[in-house]
Write a protein that binds this ligand. Structure first.
Ligand code: ADP
Ligand code: MG
Length: 229
């Protein structure tokens, strides 16, 4: 079955996500359809509570829809088991979050090596590739620092190095500049541009129109409904 054309990396087709809490229901996504194209930069913009993170979790297969289809590389995720989804996340997607989520007990180099561990890559190669990613990102002199010894902008760079070390086809960034001052935030966006120039698709989720507008393609989300001009 040919579900997609070759240019489409991830497709959401009429995706609903309903959270049940006791006897109330939250309709976080109400029929969202969206294609992520290979190599593009896309921003998903909307106010707090509009469904942005839920949408990102669908694109990255961190969660399954209540209704509708998520198609990755031409395959419907409904037919995939948890192991297959975990492999997709590890090999194809790099995640970046507002709060970085670095492991506090590991140093910078060890944090960046971590995703390679799940790919059965020998430790020497893991170290080499992690170091390479950190050098590129301007953190060559911070390899043995712990996350709490870094500034917010440096921590986010480490998180981005960790997200790119597996050479993913797609980076999903949820409010990546949300905890940073404006200048540091813009340098993170510049970094995404550089990563994108090498062919990686990037999705930036933000509530900030100024950040959202820096992307060549922007979609808006409000009350779980997505729109694109
Ligand atoms: P955003 O990222 O745009 O701030 P979210 O996607 O986090 O919005 O949330 C959208 C809506 O879904 C909100 O009303 C939120 O409270 C609700 N929601 C999100 N995750 C859960 C959850 N795990 N359980 C219950 N409700 C949730
Ligand atoms: Mg959110």
């Amino acid at each position: 079955m040919n579900n997609t054309n070759e240019n489409e990396l991830v497709i959401l087709r009429d995706v609903w996500k309903i959270f049940s809490m006791g006897n109330t229901e939250v309709q976080a996504l109400r029929g969202v359809s969206l294609s992520i194209h290979r190599g593009e930069i896309l921003s998903i913009m909307g106010p707090s509570g509009s469904g942005k993170s839920t949408c990102m979790n669908m694109i990255g297969c961190l969660d399954r829809p209540t209704k509708g289809d998520v198609i990755i590389n031409g395959r419907n995720t409904a037919t995939m088991n948890e192991n297959e989804l975990a492999t997709f996340r590890n090999k194809t997607v790099g995640f970046v979050f507002q709060q970085y989520f670095l492991l506090p007990n590991l140093n910078v180099l060890e944090n960046v090596m971590l995703p390679l561990r799940y790919q059965k890559i020998p430790i020497e190669q893991r170290r080499e590739r992690a170091e390479e990613a950190l050098v590129r990102i301007g953190l060559a002199d911070r390899l043995t620092h712990k996350p709490n010894e870094l500034s917010g902008g440096q921590r986010q760079r480490v998180a981005i190095a960790r997200a790119t070390v597996t050479k993913p086809m797609l980076i999903l960034a949820d409010e990546p500049t949300g905890a940073l001052d404006s200048e540091t935030g813009h340098s993170v966006l510049d970094l995404f541009q550089e990563i994108n120039a090498e062919g990686t698709a990037i999705v930036i989720v933000t509530h900030d129109p100024e950040i959202g507008r820096t992307a060549p393609r922007m979609v808006k989300i409000k009350d779980g409904l997505l729109s694109e001009d």
